[in-house]
Design a binder for this molecule. Sequence first.
Ligand code: HPA
Length: 271
Amino acid sequence: MTELCYSFAEQIKKHISDFEPEVAMILGSGLGSLAEQISNPIIIKYSEIKNFPQSSVSGHKGQFVCGTLQNKKVICMQGRIHLYEGHQPQIICQIIKTFKLLGVKKLFVTNAAGSLTTKIQAGSIMLITDHINMSFNNPLIGPNDDNFGPRFPDMSNAYSLNLQEIAKQTASELNIPLSQGVYLMVSGPNFETAAEVKAFGILGASAVGMSTVPEVISANYVGIETIGFSVITNLGTGLQKNTQSHTETLAMANKATQNLSILLKHIFERI
Ligand code: HPA
């Protein structure tokens, strides 16, 4: 894939002139309303950026929102790009490289996920401590540009321990329940079978979803410090009686968003 990031960054800069985002946020299914807290927003639709991939999923708006949140300059993706939409994982790396070119130092990712254990119930927030890539794909496949990062990037601090500590401390002070666990990514778009849910639990994961891992791999590659949160929208297949649905995902995400909004806002004060 040609390096589209230079053109993406140039086009975004045209909209935001001398505004330099320090933090990027990527919002998951049903979590887009977190962007509404951003002051003095400048909105750039993905469709206004030449060659930028479009987000086709309901609950994903498909735009950047740039502005300030607790005095931090942020660029927020209200709607992300998923592999199951047919996008190549490399395009996600181009977006993260775009953040790097814009000067972003930290990345906050959020997603909707299914729980793999009855210990983490629907409606709760899980701090992602690590991930397992079961998408059978990788955003870094292809020629490597050493200007951005190494051929074989380290993933030992994929979810920044420093940011995790701040998140845990903040949640505890605000009395917001925060579970912790490993996020496992599948490509989707089907929800898991009961056997898969059982197997993923045995592998050591606590939540399963269809996103986030390509962004986090890419961010570690280019040296952007990352933190991730899953909003648990349902128990995995076989752990709950009813069938899985995207409508249910959006409804539950909406519910937990309020707590996550408060938590993120306070974390932003401390970074
Ligand atoms: N599985 C995969 N992705 C999801 C789920 C799930 O159960 N819930 C929300 N996103």
